[in-house]
Ligand binder design. Structure first.
Ligand code: PIT
Length: 491
């Protein structure tokens, strides 16, 4: 442990605070502890210290697996990042620095990180609950009171980040996950991949550069590149809006249209789902989705009556089923988009597996298809997702002989991979197919996927070409097989 100082003076505390802006404590023994220096890079081999387990979650941040800390038996999470896939090294270093310094019950914790020449591993707090909206739609009813309990935690997390000079910049429902499956679980902010460190004492617009966020929750000033940490408060307002009515305040058929609506900045509480929502809730939203100079800070929002009283004055205790139907539909669209993107990603990861097969063949000198785990570990220096694959392979050695047959292994992995992802896509498809006809309308998918989704469908012409190829009878509907085929064609 670094930064321990047997005789921490007030000056030391001040200096350390200035340096890290975070968690500087003077313990009763006078020892100075800076959290940022306690989270260190571990220079040992990840596998000596952790056993990697099942996938916990995935999102725009990549994939996070569960892992066990071998010395303590503690369950944690690991985010594996391939160095060559990092587009912006400086931004990535910022993400690590931010995670190192933040320490709050509503912010994901990082324990340590490992780095080798190919990958970086972030060891994070394990969360087993679902994303914010997924939990909400699992329920039959979601009351204003419940929304206030969740929103208060969101504000506490943002307030803490802002006080410590961190602006998240990409606040959206997917970036809030529940720590556990318990009803009263805490919620945590994740994904600091687009975050910025700012100077909290500065009031001017630091003109932080735009990253690529989700248009539903992005603030108009971010679109014009002239913004500060208050952009997070706009996003919080948009999240609260969706939590209470089931649809976002700014919408459109594709990203371009959504962005246009955000730029104009007009929204209303006119739908019937707003009729029974308390005036306090509407007041809070209006003070968040507004011009930056009028917008409430996180600290001020925490003092707002709706948050303070936990929506005591909400007229009805329960949102009706209609509201939930809206949110479900919205969430289905988002999931469909994600499922399609993930499915497309497996198509490329099968190519990685083909590469793996060639690596195996080169290790297997006598060509009998069997290699030992040790040979494999030694020979896998150049392989992508090495840790993940090793974990799967150790599981594949079911008789514990230390030998595995890689042909069977590869076949199984490939099949499982494609099968699982296809299954995700099938489920997404089923959610759309409301009348169980086995067909869904092309217009619906088009809307759900939008254009330019991760660069897959760039323009309308390309989309139309795909459709005519798939929808041969031209009835505007496609079945699941055609739907899958559509993505395969696109590759
Ligand atoms: C999970 C489960 C879990 C942790 C995470 C996700 C964390 C993800 C994350 C991603 C980032 C980041 C911080 C946290 O900066 O235990 O589903 O890019």
């Amino acid at each position: 442990m670094e930064a321990t100082n047997a005789d921490a003076s007030a000056e030391d505390v001040k200096k350390a605070k200035k340096e890290s802006k975070i968690s500087v404590k003077r313990t009763n023994t006078g020892i100075l502890i800076k959290k940022s220096t306690m989270i260190v890079q571990n220079f040992r081999d990840l596998q000596e210290e952790y056993k990697i387990g099942e996938k916990l979650g995935s999102g725009s941040y990549g994939v996070v697996n569960s892992c066990t800390h071998l010395t303590t038996g503690q369950e944690r999470a690991v985010k594996i990042i391939e160095k060559k896939k990092i587009k912006n090294i400086a931004q990535f270093r910022t993400e690590i620095k931010i995670l190192q310094t933040l320490d709050h019950p509503n912010v994901i914790k990082m324990y340590e990180f490992f780095e080798n020449d190919k990958e970086i591993f972030l060891i994070l707090e394990k969360c087993t609950g679902s994303e914010l909206f997924d939990r909400v739609i699992e329920k039959e009813f979601f009351s204003e009171k419940e929304a206030a309990v969740v929103f208060k935690q969101i504000l506490q997390a943002i307030n803490y980040c802002h006080n410590n000079g961190v602006c998240h910049r990409d606040l959206k429902p997917e970036n809030f996950i529940f720590a556990t499956k318990e009803e009263d679980s805490d919620i945590k902010i994740i994904d600091f991949g687009l975050s910025k460190i700012f100077d909290p004492s500065s009031t001017s617009y630091a003109a932080m550069k735009t990253g690529c966020g989700t248009p539903y929750y992005i603030s108009p000033e971010v679109l014009t590149h002239n913004y500060n940490h208050m952009c997070d408060m706009w996003s919080a307002g948009c999240i609260l809006y969706v939590l209470l009515c089931g649809y976002p305040p700014f919408f459109g058929d594709d990203d371009r249209e959504i962005i246009e609506a955000v730029r104009i900045g007009e929204f209303d509480f006119e739908g019937e789902e707003w009729e029974d929502v308390s005036v306090e809730a509407k007041d809070l939203i209006s003070r968040l989705i507004c011009k930056p100079e009028l917008r409430l800070t996180a600290k001020e929002a925490l003092k707002h009556p709706w948050v303070k009283t936990l929506a005591k004055n909400s007229k009805k205790d329960k949102l009706n089923k209609m509201d939930m139907a809206h949110l479900k539909k919205f969430q289905n669209h988002q999931k469909m988009k994600q499922a399609a993107i993930t499915f497309m990603a497996t198509q490329t990861s099968s190519k990685d597996i083909e590469h793996l097969k060639r690596v195996f063949e080169s290790i297997d000198r006598n060509g009998d298809g069997n290699i030992t785990l040790k040979e494999l570990k030694d020979g896998m220096k150049d392989v992508k997702n090495k840790e993940e694959l090793l974990a799967i392979m150790e599981g594949a050695d079911t008789d514990g002989s230390g030998t595995i047959n890689y042909t069977e292994f590869i076949a199984a992995t490939m099949e499982q991979n494609t099968y699982l992802k296809e299954d995700n896509l099938r489920n997404a498809f089923k959610m759309f197919d409301k009348d169980n006809s086995g067909k869904i309308s092309i217009d619906e998918i088009k809307q759900a996927l939008g254009y330019g989704t991760e660069g897959q469908i760039e323009d309308e012409d390309e989309w139309n070409r795909l459709i005519t190829e798939v929808d041969r009878d031209g009835d505007g509907e496609i079945d699941f097989e055609e739907f899958i085929a559509m993505w395969k064609v696109n590759l």
